[in-house]
Design a protein around this ligand. Structure first.
Ligand code: MSP
Length: 498
């Protein structure tokens, strides 16, 4: 049995349509999954939707439909977008599926029996948008939620608690022994300090929320949406079967082939859930912890936070219908270091499109193929010539793999574009089109080097721009005889209206 490389995205709340921020995380997972698959690594890429909780109940009510209809419709919208963005996930989990709900119930009962979950009373300030109690020390003036800047409500209820407080020391030890678990590094202190400041037990059931998974042994309570959601990472890969539940006897996956996950990808705002609560739950279950939780930054749009009220929600299709899927996939991961925050503006998108894709990459390919067509280069199967350019390509290869393994997508792409720059310079300097007459053998040799380096470029960019890479590979393989359309036609400036 080969252990699969298991990578996940957060499961997205179904209270609104997917936007570019959701696409960002899912694309990152897709890129990593494609990168690993290309190396022959068996990969399992899971994404899905988070469908329970008061917010979703309310959204459905406002729209006058049942929560199930509401979530069926929205889950479909996410799937459609992922297909359009050429995202190849291996599994899509919805938390309203029986395969998930039953596992959540059982996990809850297991922890109840072990004493890691116990019944008590809770009172505190609750943020409806976070679906979480906010600690007094974190409330903004006037008891506003620090994330949503909205008023919190005082709530008192009977609830079950998860004994999070018992795991602080163990977590700190784990972080220390596994220094890349909290990634990227510059965000890790925030989590470590939070754990050091002392963990409180976590309320994990609600009596007022009906749209949730009922506690098996106490159905007046539904399971807190975050506890429910985090379990998706193990329910989807057959933890129910591992627990011996008869409903899962024929389940399609065997847990041990997947767990532990290599990486959970997430946005920085949900780090604590993934880097503190989830590992504690896993420890309580006696399960190994994932390789890393990677918290990326947030995109603003033209300098502003994306929000419905500002009307600056970007549907990725706004970009892809005009400029193609691959240019968006490229832009998001070249423009901003993965981990940091970034700003999306049409201006910077168009600049990169023209400079990096139309000019650097597109022209390199078409110049090379046009010259090769005139010189009639036959491409040998095994090309073993040594050259400066190919030595540089080998260096690039090394850097590329190192950076990709660290999820430093921008740096990996930087190194590729650096080489592309060198290749364009090489053409400018050696002028193979002139050599073709005076020194045809030399011209052919240069073109062969270029073609072989371009084939490496195809491999490197393929996780980011799968369609482009496919098309480039096709053109490079058939032998340069046809006249091709440009890969990325320049975006011309729109005429200014006075
Ligand atoms: N349902 C929870 C996650 C449960 S995981 C067990 C949730 N869902 S969400 O719909 O709000 O999606 C959150 C994720 O979407 C973020 O963690 C982030 O990955 C992505 N993004 C949403 N808006 C974003 C930006 N503006 N920029 C970048 N990513 C953002 O939280």
């Amino acid at each position: 049995m080969t252990k699969k490389f298991y990578i996940t995205t957060p499961i997205y709340y179904l209270n609104a349509l997917p936007h570019i921020g959701h696409a960002y995380t899912t694309l990152a997972a897709d890129i990593m999954a494609r990168y690993k698959k290309a190396q022959g690594v068996p990969v399992h890429f899971l994404t899905g939707t988070d469908e329970h909780g008061a917010n979703i109940e309310r959204s459905a009510q406002n729209a006058n439909v049942s929560p199930q209809e509401w979530t069926d419709n929205l889950a479909q919208k996410f799937k459609e977008l992922w297909a359009e963005l050429n995202i190849n996930y291996d599994d899509f989990i919805r938390t309203t599926e029986p395969r998930h709900e039953r596992t959540v119930q059982e996990v809850f009962e297991v922890l109840l029996k072990k004493g890691d979950i116990y019944k008590g009373k809770y009172s505190g300030k609750y943020c409806m948008s976070c679906e979480a109690y906010i600690d007094e020390s974190e409330l903004l003036p006037n008891d506003l939620c620090p994330i949503h800047k909205k008023p919190t409500q005082f709530i008192e209820e009977e609830t079950y608690f998860f004994k999070l407080s018992a795991y602080g020391e163990l977590l700190l030890k784990f972080y220390e022994a596994n220094p890349t678990f909290l990634s990227p590094k510059f965000r890790s202190n925030e989590i470590i300090n939070f754990v050091k400041s002392g963990l409180k037990d976590l309320s994990v059931t609600r009596t007022k929320v009906k749209w949730g998974v009922p506690v098996l042994s106490d159905p007046n309570h539904t399971i807190y949406v975050w506890f429910d959601a985090l379990v998706n990472y193990i329910s989807a890969i057959g933890y129910g079967k591992k627990l011996g539940l008869s409903e899962y006897a024929d389940y399609k996956y065997n847990f041990d082939e997947f767990w532990p996950a290599e990486v959970h990808l997430l946005g920085k705002e949900i780090s604590r859930f993934h880097s503190v609560i989830w590992p504690a739950v896993l420890m309580a279950l006696g399960l190994p912890l994932p390789g890393k939780t990677f918290a990326h930054g947030w995109w603003t749009i033209e300098g502003e936070k994306m929000s419905k009220s500002r009307g600056n929600f970007i549907d990725p299709r706004d970009i892809t219908t005009k400029y193609g899927v691959d240019s968006l996939r490229y832009f998001l991961f070249r423009e901003v270091p993965f981990g940091g925050d970034g700003d999306f503006s049409m201006d910077s998108f168009k600049k990169r499109f023209n400079a990096d894709l139309a000019n650097d990459l597109g022209n390199l390919l078409s110049r090379t193929l046009n010259m090769a067509a005139k010189t009639v280069v036959e491409i040998p199967q095994n090309y073993t010539e040594k050259s400066n350019l190919l030595a540089k390509a080998q260096e690039t290869n090394k850097t590329y793999f190192e950076q990709m393994d660290n999820l430093a997508f921008d740096k990996a792409l930087d190194s590729v574009w650096f080489l592309i720059g060198d290749m364009n310079k090489y053409i400018d300097e050696t002028k193979p089109w002139m050599l073709a007459k005076s020194e045809p053998e030399k011209a052919k040799a240069i073109l062969l080097e270029l073609i072989f380096a371009l084939k490496s470029v195809v491999g490197w960019i393929s996780p980011f721009m799968p369609k482009t890479a496919e098309e480039m590979a096709r053109r490079l393989a058939v032998g340069p005889i046809e006249k091709y359309a440009p890969l990325f036609p320049r975006i011309e400036a729109e005429p200014k209206h006075n």
